[in-house]
Design a protein around this ligand. Structure first.
Ligand SMILES: Cc1ncc(COP(=O)(O)OP(=O)(O)O)c(N)n1
Ligand SMILES: Cc1nc(C(=O)O)sc1CCOP(=O)(O)O
Length: 558
């Protein structure tokens, strides 16, 4: 056993492995399980657990139905079977999987895999050490290793394992002794590390993956560089279903479809890859005009303090505000209008509101409608930090996070995530840009950070906007109502979300500058009225296709 592998195992497991290794000479070629390495397709990986079958179902019929539905590889994971019945079951299941050319692996038990003569085994950190398993099963067996953290990932990637199982992604009842959940952002970090060690090594994610979260797992875990997940492994999503064939085909079809919130591929998209200002400002005008034309519905789940102002801002730019905290209509509101978006502002949130956020995010994700998340006061209390973590890790996908510098630093920080972007404050604009870019790259979305200079980033492109007026900080709800404008812009332009956010921020901040120049705008009160007038006025100017109001923009592209 290698010293490295020994470090990672419990003492009893080490003793067992040492014993096995001493007893196990290098295998003669005849011990190889099949003459050639079977093709490995990890796309939809079924891991079994007989105890989770619905009443009356048999494991054999469930597995066969799931394969018909599209399962590409099966792992027999039976924790309570003695050796002889385990081998007998393995042989029965193998006769089914062989018919369909689907590889069968055995969980934990290399001896059972050998006796069954199936395609390989999956082993964890309490099981037989990898090299010993490889020696026993031979070079053509498929062997997978589990990893739950970066240390294990680094060690596993230094072996010749055929694939890695990363988990748990979410808390799961199926494996009570599972490690701390990684969430998609943790899976992404592990994929990045695997890429740095063995760029071609495929991985699957496991742990409470189901039809509701599969696309978010795939999308959010995709690293900037290197291989994305090669598949997802599920137990209960198929085994507990009364219709395993449909459960499998449903998961497969979600796996193969682009996430509803994914922007179109770059060739079709109007994304700005070159920062050519006149073209960008042209697009800004088009987006604002389009809000007036299409009157997008903005479903506000927001705090009581800012509802009235947010509704007025939405109306002033030509949108249709709905302020609804009603569970019963969240799904309808996501689906009802061809162009809509949802604002989740956690200004005043308790347990009921948090359940509503989850529902609204899920429904808008399903309908392909953008979601803007405003983590108001994110760092103020433990409850708020946990709400932010929960929204980002467990509620699906948010297209845009908008907050002030402190809020975005909290979103980036160690208190929220297993490991976050360095959130040290006070490093100036360059350091802030690094933080904002880091969050956007981690969440694969757009982050809008408001301040004297607003920082907008999608993780690769970053824009600084220095328009605006100090009166903005003196009007209640001014910060929150930017969320309404972001929603309206995203609702009418989903192709390039950074561009939509830029249009919203420019409209908002140039309107503020113009408002203080209006007659009678003497202080925050009259300013807020003049501001609404200017939002409206700029909309009218854009509707005429004019861009003169943009002469004063102060933008920098990075
Ligand atoms: C595909 C896949 N990934 C991870 C695991 C977990 O295996 P392990 O760590 O051995 O834990 P148990 O499954 O034995 O509880 C897996 N089985 N499959
Ligand atoms: C078998 C297993 N391994 C895990 C890991 O984290 O390594 S989580 C897990 C259970 C997955 O079951 P379900 O899809 O029902 O949540």
């Amino acid at each position: 056993m290698s010293e490295q592998a020994a470090m990672m195992m419990s003492d009893s497991a080490k003793d067992a492995v040492m014993h096995m290794a001493a007893m196990t000479p290098s295998p003669p070629p005849s011990m190889s399980m099949s003459p050639a390495k079977p093709k490995l397709d990890l796309t939809l990986y079924l891991v079994t657990s007989s105890s989770l079958l619905p009443p009356g179902a048999t494991l054999e019929s469930h597995i066969e139905a799931a394969i018909k539905g599209g399962v590409t590889i099966v792992q027999l994971r039976e924790k309570n079977l003695d050796t002889a019945p385990f081998i007998a079951l393995g042989k029965r299941v193998h006769s089914i999987t062989k018919k369909y050319g689907v590889p069968l692996l055995i969980n934990d038990r290399v001896d059972v895999a050998l006796a069954v003569g199936c395609e390989g085994a999956h082993i964890g950190w309490d099981d037989m050490e990898y090299t010993t398993a490889r020696n026993i099963l031979g070079p053509t067996a498929i062997i997978g290793l589990s990893v739950s953290n970066l240390t294990q990932a680094s060690l596993a990637a230094s072996t010749t394992t055929d694939y890695i199982g990363i988990g748990p992604v979410f808390p799961t009842r199926t494996k009570p002794d599972a490690s701390t959940p990684l969430y998609p952002s943790g899976v992404r970090q592990i994929l990045g590390l695997i890429h740095s060690k063995r760029p071609e090594l495929p991985s699957v994610a496991i742990g409470s993956i189901n039809a509701t979260n599969l696309q978010a797992v795939l999308y959010k875990s995709r690293p900037t560089e290197g291989l994305p997940l090669a598949g997802v492994a599920v137990v209960s999503a198929i085994i507990s279903s009364t219709d395993p064939e449909s459960a499998a085909s449903g998961l497969l079809s979600l796996y193969k479809s682009p996430a509803p919130w994914a922007p179109p591929p770059p060739s079709q998209s109007t994304a700005f890859t070159h920062f050519y200002l006149p073209l960008i400002l042209d697009k800004v005008v088009t987006i604002i005009r389009s809000i007036k034309e299409h009157k997008p519905l903005v479903h506000h789940i927001t705090n009581a303090v800012v509802k009235n102002f947010s509704a007025n801002v939405t109306l002033a730019i030509g949108g249709s505000p709905i302020m609804s905290d009603n569970f019963e209509e969240a799904a309808d509101l996501a689906a009802i209008a061809p162009q809509s978006a949802c604002l989740v502002n956690m200004g005043t949130s308790g347990p009921a509101e948090r359940r509503l956020y989850a529902l609204a995010i899920r429904e808008n994700n399903k309908a392909g409608k953008p979601v803007v998340f405003d983590p108001v006061g994110a760092g103020a209390t433990g409850m708020r930090k946990e709400t932010v973590r929960w929204v980002l890790d467990e509620c699906g996908y948010v297209d845009v996070i908008k907050g002030n510098e402190g809020e975005i630093r909290t979103v980036a920080g160690e208190g929220i995530r297993m490991k976050g972007v360095d959130s040290g404050a006070g490093g100036g604009i360059d350091e802030l840009v690094k933080v904002v870019k880091g969050v956007a790259a981690r969440e694969r979305n757009v982050v809008v950070t408001t301040g004297v200079t607003d920082v907008l980033s999608d993780g690769s492109r970053t824009v600084l906007v220095s328009n605006g007026h100090p009166f903005q900080a003196l009007v209640t709800g001014m910060g929150c109502a930017l969320g309404s404008v972001l929603c309206a812009a995203l609702a009418v332009n989903k192709d390039d979300k950074l561009m939509s956010c830029l249009a919203a921020v420019l409209l908002y901040n140039v309107a503020a500058e113009r408002a203080v120049k209006r007659d009678g705008a003497r202080g925050p009160g009259s300013f807020s009225v003049a501001f609404l007038d200017e939002l409206y006025e700029i909309g009218e100017i854009c509707a005429r296709g004019e861009g003169g109001w943009l002469d004063s923009v102060k933008v920098e592209f990075m």
